[in-house]
Design a binder for this molecule. Structure first.
Ligand SMILES: Cc1ncc(COP(=O)(O)O)c(C=O)c1O
Length: 404
């Protein structure tokens, strides 16, 4: 009998998989350009009022476990935010604070998936979706988003895969809007159609909206909650990206509907939250300050978003100009997902591409196959324009050196 479970032995994170080699190169003196991790806190400092609120929480002795569901005032701030931004109304009672969206993904799969259950995850997807589904013994149904239509949902592909899944009703359908790794938003039309399909097939809807303030280039965005009124669903959001507070580990699981499924899942979330006792206490006070002080927040985000938009536009233009890639121009988040013209190169796939690129040009980025889409690379567009320019120049040189 193997010591490690089959689920445990299958865990991998393609975003970090080159870490060992990268560290080795750094030890030998290489100056790496790391564009593999989408962590805004590596590039932008937290606003002072959030830092101050964190310190104040410590000084005032807010260091004990909090109510397992999370700080009531923070849950109410989440409810206010969705009402303000989208006109979606739900009580703070219908929010569970988690240690990042990651923990909500873990709760969600543990709470809904028994071995052999299936779930719809659109690809390319955020890597953790598959990790947590598989840990629960779930089987993914993976409709491809439509690259030729700004990575929107391909409704006929969704219908086709659901039909092929005969006899096995998926437990949930998970949409990511805006998307990581594509840096694009879904159209309202596609969301509405996908929701109709989920409703007809009695599939629970989940929407991960963790990047919903990071919009530019005239991006169209609306919360799924706006379209799913009256239909069982859960919204995921948090402080990691919109508040650039990844290390504070604050996520929101929102259950806007009162139907039995939504409420049963909320109950499971509260149970799971109780099983780990409490989310980080001072972090919740800090993010509460960030959410309450809207003026400061908007000012901060406005400034950062201008920089992110410029960086993303620049990276997209430069990578397309190399002639070795095609990338849909992003309009949200901070990623660029570029198709490699492998037919022009003597490289067999995206895995080999990223491995050789790290060794030869000291650039660490993530292979598309790690997100469920082979033949692509994902570039994080958070570094300065100078660093991104240098990175694309090295990538171009690398491709020239491997031309067929
Ligand atoms: C789409 C998406 N969802 C969730 C997460 C995880 O966020 P958190 O830091 O809140 O766990 C990420 C992180 O990159 C993400 O891209």
């Amino acid at each position: 009998m193997p010591f490690i479970s089959s689920a445990g032995s299958g865990i991998e994170n393609p975003i970090l998989e080159q870490g060992r080699l990268a560290r080795e190169l750094e030890r030998k003196g290489s100056k790496l350009i790391k564009i593999n991790i989408g962590d805004p806190a590596m590039y932008f400092r937290l606003p002072k009022n959030i830092v101050w609120a964190y310190k104040k929480a410590l000084e005032e002795g807010h260091t004990a476990y909090l109510e397992e569901q999370g700080l009531r005032e923070l849950r109410e701030a989440v409810s206010d935010r969705y009402l303000d931004r989208y006109g979606i109304s739900f009580a703070g009672e219908n929010v569970v604070i988690t240690q990042g969206v990651s923990e909500a993904l873990s709760f969600m799969n543990q709470g809904m998936i028994d071995g052999g259950d299936s779930a719809v995850i659109f690809r390319p997807f955020f890597t953790e979706y598959l990790t947590y589904l598989k840990l629960s013994g779930g089987v993914p149904i993976l409709p491809a988003l439509d690259e030729s239509n700004n990575w929107d949902i391909n409704i006929s592909e969704l219908e086709r895969l659901l039909k092929n899944n005969k006899g096995r009703k998926p437990k949930y359908m998970l949409m990511t809007n805006p998307n990581n790794p594509t840096g694009t938003t879904l159209s309202g039309k596609a969301i509405r159609e996908a929701i109709e399909i989920a409703k007809d097939n009695d599939i629970f809807i989940v929407s991960d909206e963790v990047y919903d303030e990071l919009l530019y280039n005239g991006a169209e965005f609306t919360s799924v909650g706006k379209f799913a009124k009256g239909i069982p669903h859960m919204l995921l959001n948090g402080a990691s990206k919109n508040y650039m507070a990844t290390g504070l580990r604050v996520g929101f699981a929102i259950f806007p509907e009162e139907d039995p499924k939504s409420q049963a899942l909320k109950k499971v979330f509260i149970g799971m939250a109780g099983a780990r006792l409490s989310a980080n206490t001072p972090s919740q006070y800090a993010i509460l300050e960030g959410m309450r002080n809207k003026e400061k927040h908007n000012e901060f985000m406005h400034e950062k978003l201008l920089q992110i938009a410029d960086r993303s536009r620049l990276a997209a233009r430069l990578i397309n100009e190399t002639g070795f890639f095609t990338a849909v121009p992003p309009n949200s988040a901070f990623y660029l997902f570029a198709r490699i013209h492998l037919n022009k190169l003597s490289i067999k796939d995206d895995k080999e591409f990223v491995e050789l690129l790290l060794k030869e040009q000291q650039i660490q980025l993530t292979r598309g196959s790690g997100f469920g889409m082979e033949g692509f690379i994902r570039i994080v567009t958070l570094p300065s324009e100078a660093v991104l320019t240098e990175a694309v120049e090295r990538i171009r040189k690398f491709c020239e050196g491997h031309k067929k």
